[in-house]
Design a protein around this ligand. Sequence first.
Ligand code: GLY
Length: 387
Amino acid sequence: MQFDPVQQLTDRGWLERVRENLDRKLRRSVEAARGLSFIPYTTENGCFTPTDINWWTNGFWPALMWQMFRMTGDALYREEAVRAEAALDQALYRFRKLDHDVGFMWLIHSGVRYQMERNEDSLERTLFAAHMLASRFNPNGFIRAWNNWDASFHREGWAIVDCMMNLPLLYWASRQTGDPRFRLMAMAHADMTMKHFVREDGSCNHIVVFDPETGDFLENPGGQGFESGSAWSRGQSWALYGFTLSYLHTGKAEYLETAKRVANYFISQCADDWLPRCDFRQTPEPVLRDNAAGNIAACGLLELSRLVPEREAPAYFSAAVSILKAQERDAADWSEDSPLIFTKNTSAYHDLKGRHITMVYSDYFFAEAVGRLSGEEMLFWYPDDMR
Ligand code: GLY
């Protein structure tokens, strides 16, 4: 029998309270977002701050709106999701500025909307995004992550662990088109990530640089973490959830084993207070947190609990709930002072201005977890699998 997270939560009062808080808070945020010429990412002094239309997080706002629509049935959230989806077409037109994050940018709202409404424009957008991602595949076996932000710094051979979360777009595209190329590229990339990113103890590199001509390993810089060889917690959470999803989409057993190894490491590093630090190998001071890592990991752990043998499931399930509750208690701002919720997200360890800020995707993953605990059947990373 499959472990069912919805049946396991004993503290239904907590779930009811956060569902009410999400709705109360976010319907005000929609009012604040409606008149904007950009898509919400973060805030300053209680207001959304402008971002470029090609910014990698721009799919999370409409995806959050769809989560809320499915939780409440209120058309206000659908309207805002559709508005943001149309606004994002500007990013498709400026396609040379897109990078590997097109999965984040389209699958979890356009792909979701297509599944619900069979809207042709949403199908076109999501398929376009999948073709963009496939075009970044280097035949040496990896997907190129970032572009060259300036002409002198070449990133043709850069792969990053975050990309594991973009692979569901390729799996989805293979099912939609009947063409296995997308899935085969995704699996080649996932296999490469197992080999070059995931360490024996379940911790992961953030970045690996390859020679783009030969595919030879060159180096692994510290990226958004503390230093090379450290364990940036959000990278660990991308790997945890990403390998779980690759297993779900392909059934390849090594992906499940890898997801478990990363999950066990993640749990071992935050089980003292369930408040993940920005990097599990950072110095004790400053005490830098990353709520986004915790909320992403919680979603991954909830999904993992449904996929592992039943006797292994409770440990993953209770770790997910412990993280969600601890972070909500410690860092959720349910007041009317700001349109976003979680306050202790960190963009990168060495980005001093990006420490303990709000981030739309942290809130997105919290809402996803709350939805799944409430019985939401659609996994936005696999919208065509209505279990
Ligand atoms: N590079 C995406 C992230 O900040 O997690």
